[in-house]
Design a protein around this ligand. Sequence first.
Ligand code: HEC
Ligand code: HEC
Length: 352
Amino acid sequence: MRQSSHTYTYCLIGLMAILVLVALALKSHNAFGRSNPTSQTSLRIALGKQLFNDPQLSADSTIRCASCHVPEKAYTDGRPVAIGVYGRTGTRNTPSLATINASKADAFFWDGRRAALEQAVLDPLTNPVEMGLHSQAELIQKIEQNVEYRNAFAQAFPDIKSVITTHEVATVLVAYLRSLKSPESAYDRYVLQGDPTELSPRARLGLAIFKGKGHCAECHLLQGSPPTLTDHAYHRTGVGLDAVNANLPTLTQAIIERSLQGAAIGDRVATHADEAQLGRFNVTQNPADIGLFRTPSLRGVASTAPYMHDGSVATLDDAIDREVYYRSLQTGYPLNLTVEEHQDLKVFLQAL
Ligand code: HEC
Ligand code: HEC
């Protein structure tokens, strides 16, 4: 009895050893093999990162994605509006790219003109005030001319035998953006780990205002894990609208005409500051959408100044004042925060 149980144990150990060896052999084979999805993903991320940082993909060879989406600034640029090739100025504030995954974004740009990230990542390359290439064909030409890129694309897409297309370029840029992690915030830890000490008493008072009398959480949603801090919807907060209100009939007409001529929305918006202020109307041409903008996620908001779609609000304090003011206008009930309450709200926003 004793003897046979020993034999059984030895057999079992032997079998396990063989299994481990087989598993190791398979793993090492896959590390070099082309069919391993993990290694292919990492190749695509690395290639996307390389393109993101390459100024050669712009008209004057000085601007790369990272010129405006600066990693050290939460992938924003710290400017009111972006500056692209030949020093050309755009019309909109550069949004953070680190929040795309965590906020579960399902529309892109301030007016939501793109529904797929695969489309959104290609637009800046041919936008006249961003990277300024004449066409997507010029982009492909630049990439094809670079032997290093040709090899890297061949490795990242072993099944594709023909030339590189915008589909592959978009795929690697998206792979890179999706790999960016929005840093875990104090509020994430407070929610996910249920640890009340992660938020200071002040921040907890701020949270109560955010959810309660401030009504902030109606649009900057606290649901989700981690919290998305946006409702993915469009709202009229009035930012920038005063400047164009008197001119509305002319502007709406101009937008409709340019759109009939087939001009790309992104290029139009980036080159016509007044029309850009009409927000979602540029996409839908529905009068009800004049001045509507996507609710931005407030993740990491303390490090993305200046604020709002046109970068017209310089500091977080000013942004809070603006939002409080517009909420009062919208609801018809004056919302008054004491100096202390304003400060509590700010400390809470800094924990996001
Ligand atoms: C000249 C500055 C500039 C450059 C260069 C630039 N961007 Fe942007 N990016 C912006 C601005 C400004 C916006 C917002 C535009 C708008 O909403 O109309 C934006 C928006 C985006 C968005 C949408 C984000 C969101 O949450 O809605 C994505 C994605 C993006 N850029 C990716 C890229 C990629 C990829 C590159 C390089 C191929 C790039 N950008 C190059 C300034 C820039
Ligand atoms: C009705 C929906 C709604 C409510 C309620 C709301 N916001 Fe906003 N918030 C928005 C929208 C939309 C924007 C972008 C406006 C723009 O750029 O034109 C925004 C922008 C912001 C910004 C600037 C973010 C950036 O990246 O530029 C901050 C900060 C902010 N809100 C804080 C708050 C606070 C604090 C409250 C509560 C007092 C609040 N919001 C209530 C919809 C809302």
